[in-house]
Ligand binder design. Structure first.
Ligand code: ATP
Ligand code: MG
Length: 674
């Protein structure tokens, strides 16, 4: 095994080697895309454990997504056997915050079994407090509150500093929203980091305990940390600054969610002894793809000077294809994938391809085109499995078993399936809960509240409460999968789906539920935990991204934002038009630099071939919109791109391509016959 570790380490270039071995103080690895930053983190974990004698339980590596965490766990798993990694933490900031909060819940005024609300539930609370269901208003308020939380601003501070009536009003809404969350014993996504930061700032004992426990921190994609995450990183690593952060200012693409790439510069100020190592060799892309990426990003002002070069050959030209409209675009991209797969035979897989777009709404036509050709695909960054109504129904029961004070979960569970607990009953319970300052669950248990109900409405409520009590007792002893299976049988959930849904929709939904039960059963067995203990883990997984079979041979479809850190042999960047990419809002706000960074991220996902498409017109709300090609295309070196489909340019399917399709089909036919 040691041999395999030494072998992988041998491939490292001198800068990577230095970054991995440097332990004298805080370290920032600053480098462009595909230069092996993530690899440095993975190998450094192995180095810390095997050579520097750090116990794995004192090391934490932070990734940007759950998927990235799983990938890193896998990579470390290839290099080190299980017993040597026991206790090692590789997760997102949010998962780390959740683990922290679970342990320190009492200090934060929470029960151990607090609920984690998703953005839909949080939005509902905001809409109720606002007394408005206007989606745009709710979205704006929710977004603003999230930005304040991520900047570590309390409601009091916001109200105090408010300079206009709108900010004042939303500041007050923020205060009531926070009170509501506390009374539900619930936290939202941002609280998972904000509350730990507050505790670490104010409680010296807790700070000391965690700083002792975490002796080395590694942070990937550091350019996209927000103020709150940066504070968590500083508080956990203490004055000594035992960390390695890696990042690329050119790939900072989450400013709209409060990320602040200035944090890279702040590190230098906050840690005067910070060592900076730059990696300059790209190991991902052909020299041409890299040249195009470098030239596009050169149009942005530089935070840090960096160079990026590749030893690889120049490679194929970058095709930029003009399409008539979005269906033409989707057909074209999908037929190119089919063609490349056909020509490449067994050496080419569907998972080698990615279709990347600026906005989720662009995915639908591509899905249709892929389906019609029976090409398997997976969507990421879109509507997740966990956003489906039937999944949220089941998870409401899980949440409620773990935390009966979770009012949104109570409301969903008590009304799904309908069991005769109607609006009037709920309104009465709600009034009682408000006056008594208790949860709906507590209200439903109180005799005082029950006497106010008619016997006809009391009965189904009492039955529901008795059932919950029964399952709460069983939850600590019965296996999670079978417990949920029994619960769903008791509430006749399958029949409910089959009766309320039209056609085959009910069956499909029930299939999803069975999938979920299988997954929960497996998860709880792996972690050896009961349903109450894994409820928060499930909630967090559902918030971040879906469960998916990563090994499956499928074309990836993803937003550009969700593609960060990943790589594919063949990438299609679609919708490269003014108003789409760069997005119209960014054009209006003059925020082109961030869009350009997104383009840089997109280009640098490609290893061998890169194809860009743009449409002449698109249908929006029933009428045609006309679009110019994206300005970013003009910023690419002319000698590296091949313009196709424009007037006077080469035809989209060149004769040679047409011939090669025929030739490869004949060859395959021959091989089948022989
Ligand atoms: P991004 O900025 O997109 O997150 P990154 O800098 O994190 O990229 P990695 O994903 O770590 O880059 O590495 C890019 C590719 O280069 C991976 O396929 C990785 O295995 C490979 N790689 C990294 N270092 C070396 C090396 N020294 N020799 C050969 N291949 C390498
Ligand atoms: Mg990376």
């Amino acid at each position: 095994m040691l041999e395999s570790i030494i072998k992988t380490m041998l491939n490292l270039n001198p800068q990577q080697h230095e970054a991995i071995h440097y332990l004298a103080g805080p370290l920032l690895v600053l480098a462009g895309a595909g230069s092996g930053k993530t690899r440095v983190i993975t190998e450094k974990i192995v180095y810390l454990i095997t050579q520097a004698n750090y116990p794995p339980q004192q090391i934490a590596a932070i990734t940007f997504t759950n998927k990235a965490a799983r990938e890193m766990q896998e990579r470390v798993g290839h290099l080190l056997r299980k017993p040597r990694t026991r206790g090692l933490t590789i997760c997102t900031f949010h998962s780390l915050g959740m683990r922290f909060l679970r342990e320190e819940a009492a200090a934060a005024g929470y029960k151990k079994q607090f609920s984690i609300l998703d953005s839909a539930d949080a939005g509902k609370i905001i809409s109720e407090l606002l007394g408005s269901s206007g989606r745009e208003m709710v979205f704006k308020a929710q977004h603003q509150i999230s930005l304040w939380k991520n900047s570590l601003l309390t409601p009091e501070a916001v109200i105090r500093q408010a300079e206009d009536p709108w900010t004042h009003q939303i500041g007050q809404l923020y205060a009531s929203y926070q009170d509501t969350l506390t009374s539900y014993q619930a936290v939202d996504f941002d609280d998972l980091i904000r509350i730990p930061v507050e505790l670490l700032q104010t409680d010296a004992d807790i700070r000391y305990k965690w700083q002792l426990r975490l002796r080395y921190l590694l942070v990937d994609e550091c350019q996209d940390t927000n103020t709150c995450q940066y504070a968590l990183m500083r508080l956990l690593t203490g004055a000594e600054g035992k960390f390695t952060a890696v990042g690329d200012d050119d790939q900072s693409i989450y400013a709209w969610r409060g990320a602040n790439m200035e944090n890279l510069r702040l590190l230098q100020q906050d840690y005067p002894d910070l060592k900076i190592i730059k990696l300059e060799q790209n190991y991902r892309s052909t020299a041409r793809i890299l040249r195009v990426a470098n030239q596009v990003i050169a149009h942005n002002p530089k935070l840090f000077a960096k160079t990026l070069w590749s030893e690889y050959a120049l490679g194929d030209m970058i095709d930029v294809i003009a399409c008539k409209n979005e269906t033409h675009e989707a057909d074209l991209v999908v037929s190119r994938i089919a063609h490349q797969k056909l020509v490449g035979g067994d050496a080419v897989h569907y998972r080698d391809f990615a279709i990347l777009y600026r906005g989720n709404h662009q995915a639908r036509v591509f899905e249709e085109a892929l389906r019609s050709r029976r090409i398997p695909y997976r969507l990421s960054g879109g509507q997740s499995f966990f956003d489906k109504a039937e999944i949220k129904d089941v998870l409401a029961y899980v949440r409620l078993l773990a935390n009966p004070d979770d009012d949104p979960a109570f409301l969903r569970a008590v009304t799904t399936p309908r069991r005769g607990v109607g609006e009037t009953t709920l309104a009465k319970l709600n009034n009682y809960a408000k006056v008594a300052q208790c949860s709906l669950f507590e209200a439903a248990r109180s005799m005082d509240a029950l006497v106010e109900l008619s016997p006809k409405s009391r009965e189904p409520l009492m039955q529901f409460m008795a059932m919950l009590a029964d399952y709460q007792t069983r939850a600590t002893t019965e296996a999670a999968g079978s417990l949920l299976h029994n619960l769903l049988a008791d509430i006749a959930y399958e029949a409910h789906l089959l009766n309320t849904e039209e056609g085959r929709a009910g069956e499909i939904k029930w299939c999803n539920v069975r999938d979920l039960l299988g997954w929960i059963g497996q998860k709880s067995e792996e972690d050896d935990k009961n349903i109450l203990e894994i409820a928060q883990t499930i909630a967090l997984m559902t918030l971040l991204e879906g469960k998916e079979d990563e090994d499956a041979d499928m074309v990836s479809m993803s937003t550009l934002h969700a593609s960060k850190g990943l790589e594919y042999p063949h990438v299609f960047l679609v919708g490269c038009e003014e108003g789409v990419f760069p997005h119209a809002d960014s054009v209006e706000e003059g925020n082109i630099d961030e869009e350009r960074r997104l383009m840089y991220v997109g280009i640098t996902r490609a290893r061998q071939t890169l194809t860009l498409t743009h449409c002449h017109k698109r249908k929006r709300a029933g009428s045609w919109e006309f679009h110019e090609p994206s300005r970013f295309i003009d910023e690419m070196p002319a000698e590296d791109i091949r313009l196709l489909g424009r007037k006077g340019s080469e035809p989209i399917v060149s004769q040679s391509e047409g011939k090669s399709i025929l030739a490869s089909m004949m060859a395959r036919l021959d091989s089948l016959q022989s």
